[in-house]
Design a protein around this ligand. Sequence first.
Ligand SMILES: *Cc1c(COP(=O)(O)O)cnc(C)c1O
Length: 227
Amino acid sequence: GYPLSAEGILVSGGSMANFTALAAARRAMTPGNVREEGLSGPDRPRMTVYASDQVHSCVDKAVDLLGIGTNQLRKIPSDDRFRIRMDELERAVASDRAAGFSPAIVVGNAGTVNTGAIDPLDALADFCRRESLWFHADGAYGALAAIVPELKPFFSGMERADSIATDPHKWLYVPYEAGATLVREPGLLAAAFRKFPEYLAADPESPFPGPAWFAERGVELSRGFKA
Ligand SMILES: *Cc1c(COP(=O)(O)O)cnc(C)c1O
């Protein structure tokens, strides 16, 4: 359900797909230039991230590696069907704002790996718009089920996510390794990752301009062929 202008990159798997999307979110959701200024310092936002207590451990890892810190990852209780509780999420965001934190990112599960639980993605999309938060959907397992017309309604709201992580090496059954990051707004991946060494300056006379610089959409420069 994304617009054709959305961008993305194939990566090694769901962990890297979530990391890549959350790096774009961190860059987009901090004032100034977090890539230069970092997240520490008295005037820097104390960023907080929200996900249910069922979220995959790779989100903990990403929050750690992005310098946000896992103490700032709020694990919101889930209901008896392992879906995030919206009332608890709203309460956590409000109390963090009152305490001087900067709520920034909500990660919704589009199919958890343990139970297949799908968070209420429509409610999360509404909430994130209302609160000006980045909405990321971890669909490493489940998102691709939205291709099946009978299953698509379960994922309603995912099309409004700012970013989505998914794993072709799960329900598309392609060989390892294949994950994918999708970001709705063009340019936000490049804002998070563009950094060209001089020796890679584009040759204006090159007959092969290429459709995209993949190095500005993720961590890696040299990498295996993924298509
Ligand atoms: C599998 C999975 C991941 C991790 O993906 P890898 O490809 O193993 O790195 C993350 N989130 C969810 C929901 C998953 O199912």
